[in-house]
Design a protein around this ligand. Structure first.
Ligand code: RRO
Length: 310
C-alpha cells in the first residue's frame, strides 16, 4: 500500500511534512546543504538578525537526550549572509524558509525587506526568542506583535508565518489566533522552547548552562503536552484558517501522528535533530509510514485535525 505524506502550508506544497525547527542544524551553509540532501521536507534557516551575532557565553546548551535547555542568544551569520547563500539551496527543490528576529519593530521591517526579494518561499517571523538578556518576548505583547505582522503581510505575496511561545490562557490564544486570521497570516509555528526552564547538577551544586542565571528555553519531550494543546486551541480559535507547524518533543513516528491529529499540517524537529543528527528525518518518515499502513491510512492530509474529543 502506498502512503501519501504530501502536505501544504498556504499555497506551498511539501513532499514530506517533517522539517527541521529553526535553530537546529541550520546556521551555516554546510548545515543547510545537509538539510537539502536529507529527507527533511523543507529547509528552515536559523533565525537571522540585522548583524551577525556570536550569541551568549558558553556553556549555553544542555541535553540529556530527553530534554534540552538552551540559551544560545541568537548566534547567526546575519541577514546579508543568508540572503546571499539562499540561491545555492534552490537546487534541492524544497521550500526555503527565512526566519527573522529584530530587536525593535523597525528592525523586523528592515529584515523583512531584505529577505522579501530573495528566493525564500516563506518567512517565519520569530517573535518568541526566549534568550535575549534583558529583553522581553515580543509575542507576549499581542498588540505589538499583530502590528509587526500586519505591516509585513501588507508588503508581500510570500507565505508569512509566525513562531510563537506557549501561552497559558485560552483568551490570549483566542486574541492572537483571531488577529492572525484577520491579517491573513498563513501559518503559525507552535511552539518555541518553553521560555523559563533549568537543569541543576546536584553533585556540583551548579546550573548546567551559564547565561541568564542558567535559565533558558526548555525543549524536548517535557513540552510535547504543552505544544499539542496550543495546536488544538489555535486550530479551534482560528476556525482552521491558519496552517500550523507543530514543534516540541517529537522523537518517534507516533509523536508526529499525534500532532497531525491535533491539527498540525507539518512538524519541526529540534532537540531530537540536535541529538541524533540528520538521519532523524528518514527514521521518523519510516516510523510514520509504518503507523499509517497499520491504520490503513493512504493520505496523511486527511487526518489533519481528525482528533476525537470525548
Ligand atoms: O538562539 C536562541 O537562543 C533561540 C532562539 Br532565536 C529561539 O527562537 N528559540 C530558542 O530556544 N533559542
Amino acid at each position: 500500500m502506498d502512503v501519501l505524506l504530501k502536505t501544504n502550508i498556504g499555497k506551498l506544497e511539501f513532499e514530506l511534512p517533517i522539517f527541521n525547527a529553526s535553530g537546529v542544524w541550520c546556521t551555516t551553509e554546510k548545515e543547510l546543504i545537509e538539510l537539502g540532501k536529507s529527507q527533511a521536507g523543507a529547509i528552515i534557516f536559523k533565525t537571522m538578525t540585522v548583524k551577525p551575532r556570536e550569541g551568549n557565553p558558553e556553556p549555553r546548551f544542555y541535553t540529556d537526550k530527553k530534554i534540552s535547555i538552551n540559551s544560545m542568544g541568537l548566534p547567526n551569520l546575519g541577514v546579508d549572509y543568508y540572503s546571499k547563500i539562499v540561491s545555492n539551496l534552490i537546487k534541492f527543490k524544497k521550500p526555503l524558509f527565512a526566519s527573522i528576529a529584530g530587536f525593535s519593530e523597525e528592525e523586523y521591517d528592515y529584515l523583512f525587506d531584505k529577505v522579501n526579494n530573495k528566493p525564500f518561499d516563506a518567512v517565519e517571523i520569530n517573535l518568541s526568542c526566549p534568550n535575549l538578556i534583558g529583553k522581553c518576548i515580543f509575542a507576549y505583547d499581542i498588540k505589538t506583535s499583530l502590528r509587526i505582522l500586519k505591516k509585513i503581510k501588507s508588503k508581500t505575496k510570500k507565505i508569512i508565518g509566525v513562531k510563537l511561545p506557549p501561552y497559558n490562557d485560552r483568551s490570549q490564544i483566542q486574541m492572537i489566533a483571531e488577529g492572525l486570521v484577520d491579517i491573513g497570516i498563513d501559518f503559525a509555528t507552535l511552539i518555541n522552547s518553553f521560555p523559563l526552564g533549568c537543569v541543576i547538577n546536584y553533585k556540583k551544586e551548579m546550573m548546567m548552562i551559564k547565561p541568564n542565571m542558567g535559565i533558558g528555553g526548555l525543549g524536548g519531550e517535557a513540552i510535547k503536552p504543552i505544544s499539542l494543546a496550543q495546536i488544538i486551541l489555535f486550530r479551534y480559535y482560528s476556525k482552521g484558517k491558519l496552517d500550523l507547524i507543530g514543534v516540541g518533543g517529537i522523537n518517534k513516528g507516533s509523536d508526529i501522528y499525534e500532532y497531525i491529529l491535533a491539527g498540525a499540517s507539518a512538524v519541526g524537529i529540534a532537540t531530537t535533530l540536535q541529538n541524533e543528527g540528520i538521519g532523524v528525518f528518514s527514521r521518523l518518515k519510516n516510523e510514520l509510514i509504518k503507523i499509517l499502513k497499520k491504520k490503513k491510512i493512504k493520505i496523511l492530509k486527511e487526518k489533519i485535525g481528525a482528533l476525537k474529543l470525548i
